[in-house]
Ligand binder design. Structure first.
Ligand SMILES: NC(=O)c1ccc[n+]([C@@H]2O[C@H](COP(=O)([O-])OP(=O)(O)OC[C@H]3O[C@@H](n4cnc5c(N)ncnc54)[C@H](OP(=O)(O)O)[C@@H]3O)[C@@H](O)[C@H]2O)c1
Length: 210
């Protein structure tokens, strides 16, 4: 997502957990890319980041980081500490980051999270990825609450579904390459910008049932 926006001429502030993760982009887009280090579940670091960005304008705030947790275990078998880390990473962390940085996003700007089709309650017909599904449903619900609480401030809120993508998480059998998903998802974000309120939308621009 960072690379796609850089290609389109955006100035990007990208956070990574390990400093080397976006080094290559950093050398190609020296003038457009600002790299910062953040573990999204480091709560004091989120507050420090908000402080360091004070006064900046962020037209698009996107939180992407997520983990899968156990994908085949029934929920009753999932280690409680593992479940905590899934829900902390996938739901609380993005919402906390958004809460702390939302004031930097102008009323015509966009706040987005990388949700998933698996976060849809009404479309769930398969009992796999149970902890992950719960965390993404929680993320959607939290973003919806946040968008309602801040309704008077404007902004577009998007819970994005990138499709099943061949990343470390998606695995080698996923339907889409990054190149097939991410430019389309970026087009969807651009097309939805300015639409007030919240949408749960996929990389094809279709609204997803909550
Ligand atoms: N792939 C799919 O099919 C698919 C489908 C729907 C939704 N999604 C969502 O898309 C997002 C990206 O997933 P992906 O497929 O690219 O997965 P991935 O290949 O496993 O990458 C996950 C990324 O999140 C980062 N991350 C995880 N925990 C973090 C933390 N506490 N602090 C900072 N960074 C952290 C990882 O950083 P490190 O490199 O440091 O580990 C990594 O860069 C996730 O939210 C995922 O749920 C993916």
């Amino acid at each position: 997502m960072a690379e796609e926006h850089l290609k389109r001429g955006w100035r990007v502030i990208a956070s990574v957990r390990s400093a080397s993760a976006l080094d290559e982009l950093s050398s190609t887009y020296r003038d457009q890319l600002e790299l910062i280090t953040l573990d999204t579940t480091d709560w004091p670091a989120i507050d420090a980041l908000a402080k360091s960005l004070d006064g900046r304008r962020i037209d698009l705030l996107l939180v992407n980081a997520g983990i899968s947790g156990p994908t085949t275990l029934p929920i009753g078998e999932v280690d409680p500490d593992v479940f905590s880390s899934v829900i902390m990473t996938n739901a609380l962390a993005p919402l906390r980051i958004i809460d702390r940085l939302a004031d930097l996003v102008p009323s015509k700007g966009t706040i987005a999270v990388m949700s998933s089709d698996l976060g849809s309650i009404s479309r769930n017909t398969v009992a796999t990825w149970e902890a992950y599904r719960m965390s993404k449903a929680a993320l959607n619900m939290g973003l919806r609450s946040l968008s309602i609480r801040r309704r008077a401030e404007g902004r577009t809120y998007l819970a994005l579904c990138p499709g099943w993508v061949r990343t470390d998480m998606g695995g080698p059998h996923a339907h889409l390459s990054i190149e097939e998903s991410i430019p389309r998802l970026t087009d969807v974000i651009a097309a939805r910008t300015g639409a007030k309120g919240i949408s749960y939308v996929n990389y094809q621009g279709q609204d997803v049932a909550w």
